[in-house]
Design a protein around this ligand. Structure first.
Ligand SMILES: Cc1cc2nc3c(=O)[nH]c(=O)nc-3n(C[C@H](O)[C@H](O)[C@H](O)COP(=O)(O)O)c2cc1C
Length: 328
């Protein structure tokens, strides 16, 4: 049987950011937040020897592995890998607009072939314990077209999946970069409301442009859940309030020197196995907007070049000690 998991608050999959290390930090700050891996291409997942630094799941549940692909056998095998690694969910990326991804026949371009997507989702359902889900856009190109979105959802739901994450803007597949595709096509949350009213038993999680925790909370009361990307990328410490704000837990997590110690204890054994930048990147944005933050940031960057891990830990510890009141 699948575990019953509340996806009221999710951190969006972000390549280069939602690494196993970032997910560990997120899990220190919130026990309830639903987490995602970075997207990994099915071929890489199956054939590459160095995938551990993307897919390792060291007690980070509840969590989904996000894959990109459209080959049924590879998708099936990917589900098995996700299941063996104790992921709760495997998610098919049908939202990434990059040229490379289009070349590999996955991501947002798949929205043009709803039957193929339905068949992909069928192939991914290998057992009753791992949840299969999709993350998609509301359309392709510049014009809004609810009929297109509705027909897409009608088809893919025939696979029996129950969870759909919707980045509520179109994907523009030519002439706009992936970054531009996260800002230029306008948001349209109404499409998500309309499709939800047609499918009350399906969980539609809203994603796109949610830029404060207060807005997230309001939207989580209207939609089945919210998914946030850049707000968490830019300010991971926001997550310390999630369990109390979204899951009725009694207390907020308090950031302290222990937060840094716990995090460093997790990444210390990984030193030398992954780049120091990837190991520390989840903490690099904690200085923004904090008085004298720039001073700490400059120190951190110069020590990173020297790979001086123990001194780096001390600088982070001093930052938290000095700024505890401000960051809590
Ligand atoms: C750096 C970065 C990397 C991303 N990588 C992925 C990815 O691997 N898979 C995916 O489905 N979306 C990816 N996205 C899109 C986010 O999941 C999310 O849909 C988008 O940022 C909109 O949410 P936001 O406005 O809360 O940031 C990425 C976004 C960013 C900023």
């Amino acid at each position: 049987m699948k575990k019953i998991i509340d996806r009221k608050f999710c951190v969006a999959p972000m390549m280069g950011y939602t690494t196993p290390y970032a997910r560990n930090l997120y899990r220190i700050l919130s026990k309830k937040t639903f987490l995602f891996s970075e997207m990994i291409a099915t071929k890489t997942l199956i054939y590459s020897k160095s995938v551990n630094s993307i897919i390792a799941n060291e007690f980070q549940n509840p969590i989904a592995l996000q894959v990109g692909g459209s080959e049924f056998d590879e998708l099936k095998l990917s589900s098995k890998i996700a299941y063996d690694l104790n992921y709760d969910e495997i998610n098919l990326n049908v939202g990434c607009p990059s040229k490379a991804v289009q070349k590999g026949s996955f991501g947002a371009c798949l929205m043009k072939d709803k039957v193929l997507v339905k068949n992909c989702l069928d192939a991914m359902q290998i057992n009753k314990e791992i949840e299969v889900s999709i993350k998609c856009r509301i359309g392709i190109g510049k014009e809004f077209n609810f009929d297109f979105f509705e027909e897409f959802i009608d088809e893919i739901l025939k696979s029996g999946i129950k969870i759909v994450y919707v980045h509520a803007r179109n994907a523009i597949l030519t002439g706009v970069s992936p970054k531009g595709n996260r800002n230029i096509p306008p948001l349209n949350y109404d499409f998500v409301s309309k499709i939800k009213s047609r499918y009350p038993n399906i969980n539609f999680i809203l994603n796109g442009g949610i830029n404060s925790m207060e807005t997230a909370l309001q939207l989580s009361k209207v939609y089945d859940g919210v998914m946030l990307g850049r707000l968490i990328q830019n300010n991971p410490f926001c997550l310390k309030n999630v369990d109390s704000m979204f899951y009725n837990q009694k207390n907020n997590y308090i950031i302290s020197e222990n937060t840094i110690k716990d995090y460093f204890n997790f990444i210390r054994p990984k030193l030398g196995k992954d780049s120091i930048y990837r190991l520390l990147s989840p903490l690099l944005n904690i200085f923004f907007g904090v008085p004298e933050g720039k001073k700490f940031k400059i120190d951190i960057h110069s020590q990173m070049q020297k790979h001086n891990f123990e001194i780096l830990e001390k600088i982070f510890l001093n930052f938290v000690k000095e700024k505890k009141v401000l960051i809590n």
